[in-house]
Design a binder for this molecule. Structure first.
Ligand SMILES: Cc1cc2nc3c(=O)[nH]c(=O)nc-3n(C[C@H](O)[C@H](O)[C@H](O)COP(=O)(O)O)c2cc1C
Length: 300
């Protein structure tokens, strides 16, 4: 009943681990899959190692958290060992980032044979300059990054977009025109900030970071809804999902699958099994026999 596919990748269910949470090591990616996820996305990695920002890098706020890890990662050469150690039956999506179309292309080419899909992070709101949202806020640069990757590899590509733009539909359309096979909506919102009232200083070492968790869900659902009307490629919805009701909203808005990040920090990876159970029950009660029947229903 929950089986679905995205870009011809068979998924036992549409609940996917989002980039950045429990995604740095093969052991945790395997564990999340064992806990019931339909697929897993790695933490974003780049051509060269990156130490990211100093602590503190995350802070809790009403409705979620703000993080500014700064895309810390050990670089593609070290990450390859993790990709190779992910169990064969786990649908594996690698999240990558870079500062130029050439860097994205290079990383994609090196990992292509080990992954089922590549997610292009052109949307991180706290990346160092030239990376992340500074690409995804520019439709033409987004086009160039996606084109460069699509020229080089054969596995499907999903472009992960930022909500921090005037018109997310414009960027989505350019990504589609460049050959993106899917879209992931949305990366964290912001930047946001929390100030420590005892020290009168921002809490995060980077001062600002990306907001995630339940508070951003309405924005994420709206982005999926708007983009679904405009594009012909599948969407993975992400932002604030905690239970099956949240997931159903994303499916109805137009997502073919959904990703979960922040909620894992509160509930652990068992959240995937719980969401899937609730979703199955809901589908049974409401008379749906497949995920496909639910996708985009809010538009009818
Ligand atoms: C601690 C943390 C680290 C993250 N790291 C990444 C990352 O490396 N790459 C990326 O594309 N998104 C990253 N994200 C964003 C999530 O994948 C997701 O788009 C966002 O958090 C909204 O979903 P959520 O509310 O379910 O967490 C990160 C989020 C958090 C909370």
């Amino acid at each position: 009943m929950l089986k679905t596919r995205i870009c011809n990748i068979e998924l036992r269910n549409p609940a996917i681990l989002a980039a950045g949470v429990m995604g740095s090591m093969a052991s945790s990616l395997n564990r999340v899959y064992c806990s019931g996820a339909g697929a897993v996305v790695t933490k974003s990695f780049s051509l060269e190692p990156n130490t990211g920002y100093k602590n503190p890098t995350t802070v809790e706020v009403t409705g979620g958290i703000i993080n500014a890890l700064g895309l810390s990662n050990p670089g593609v050469d070290n990450f390859l060992d993790e990709l190779r150690a992910v169990e064969d039956d786990v649908p594996l999506i690698a999240s990558i980032y870079g500062a130029s179309p050439e860097e994205f292309q290079e990383v994609s080419s090196r990992i292509e044979e080990y992954v089922d899909m590549i997610e292009l992070n052109v949307s991180c709101p706290h990346a160092m300059s030239g990376c992340g949202a500074s690409i995804g806020q520019d439709p033409e640069l987004t086009f160039r990054v996606v084109s460069a990757v699509k020229d080089a590899i054969d596995v499907p590509v999903s472009t992960k977009l930022t909500p921090n733009v005037t018109d997310i539909v414009e960027v989505a359309l350019r990504a589609q025109e460049a050959g993106s096979d899917a879209l992931t909506l949305i990366n964290s919102l912001g930047p946001g900030m929390r100030i420590d009232i005892k020290t009168a200083r921002p809490v995060l070492s980077n001062a600002v970071g990306g907001m995630s968790g339940p508070a951003i869900k309405p924005v994420a659902v709206r982005c999926v809804y708007d983009v679904y009307r405009a594009v012909d490629i599948p969407i993975m919805g992400v932002g604030g999902i905690r239970d099956y009701r949240d997931a159903v909203e994303f499916l109805f808005a137009g997502a073919s699958a959904f990703q979960v990040g922040t909620a894992i920090m509160y509930s652990g990876p068992v959240i995937f099994r719980n969401i899937c159970r609730g979703l199955k029950r809901f589908m049974h009660e409401e008379g749906f026999s497949s995920i496909d029947e639910m996708v985009g229903l809010a538009h009818d």
